[in-house]
Structure formats: C-alpha cells, structure tokens
Design a protein around this ligand. Structure first.
Ligand SMILES: [Cu+2]
Length: 169
C-alpha cells in the first residue's frame, strides 16, 4: 500500500498547489490524478468480485469449480424446516465439502417475511416476503468451519430461527 500512500500524498500535494496558484494546468493534473485513483479502485473491486466468483488465488479453491450443493429452507410458523421442534441443537444443518458451491432456496410458506443469512458467507441475508420462494446468491464454501444460519427479519418466531448450521468440512 506504499504506492497508494504516495499517490494520495502527490494528490494532496497537487491539490494544495491548485489552491495557491489557481492554475488551469494544475486543475487538469488534479482531475487526471482523480481519474487514475478511480480506475485503480474500480480494478481492485472488479478483481475482488471475479476472484470471489472463481475462487481466491492461492486459496484451497483456486481453479476448482466446486460441486453444486442445493438446499431448501422452508419457513413456516414452525420455523425453518420445523426448527421450533429442534431447539436442543442446530437446525437445519447443511453439510458441504470445502470448495462446494452452496445454493440455498428459501420457500417462505409463512404469511410474514423472513430473511436468511449465513455468517461469514452471506451476512447480508436474503429477504423473502410471505408466500414467496427465492434463491439466495450462491457462494463457494472456500473456508472450512461451522457457520450459523439465521433469520434476519424480526418475526414472531425469531428466537427459533437463529441456530441453523452450515458445516464446511
Ligand atoms: Cu425472524
């Protein structure tokens, strides 16, 4: 990040000189500097999205397409896949292998909306209005571990839909 600091420093430098001289040339230089920064940031973001889609370089999943694993979560007044009756342990449980592509379909058979999120992998959650079926954006399970699956929408059964599990082995 030294280059970024240097770039920022030179950008700051040119800015203060613009204020001192009000020079047309320096304003153009400043704009060019800004354009370069925008391009670098855009490239970094684009690269980040691409590496997420095909696996991180140097990660265990680099170049591995991964097997698709499809799961269905049915939300009702009895929770996620009847989780109201499974409070002694995590429920529902989805087990996958590292580098698998995880696809979760949420069937909301309840009248109220529910959201489905997975710690680390899908923290934004997928909001599903009552009576609708939606698919969460698929993700590659490149990190092993146990990740909680939970409802992100305040609902009447909220405390019963906080302890699902994605087990990546
Ligand atoms: Cu909820």
């Amino acid at each position: 990040m030294i280059w970024a600091k240097a770039l920022l420093a030179s950008f700051r430098g040119s800015r203060s000189q613009v204020l001192a001289h009000e020079s047309q040339g320096r304003v153009i230089l400043k704009n060019r500097m800004l354009a370069i920064i925008v391009i670098i940031v855009a490239a970094a973001l684009g690269g980040g999205i691409m590496t997420f889609a095909i696996g991180l370089p140097g990660s265990p999943c680099a170049g591995i397409a991964g097997t698709s694993r499809n799961f269905t979560i049915v939300a009702t007044v009895d929770g996620f896949n009847d989780s109201v009756n499974h409070q002694q342990a995590s429920w529902p449980v989805m087990s996958v292998h590292r580098c698998d592509i995880v696809k979760i379909t949420i069937v909301n058979s309840d009248a109220q909306p529910h959201g489905v999120a997975v710690t680390y992998y899908a923290t934004r959650g997928t909001d599903v209005p009552g009576g609708l079926t939606l698919s969460a954006p698929p993700f590659q399970a490149f990190k092993t571990g146990q990740f909680r699956v939970y409802c992100t929408t305040i609902c009447t059964i909220h405390s019963f839909v906080q302890n699902g599990l994605l087990d990546v082995v």
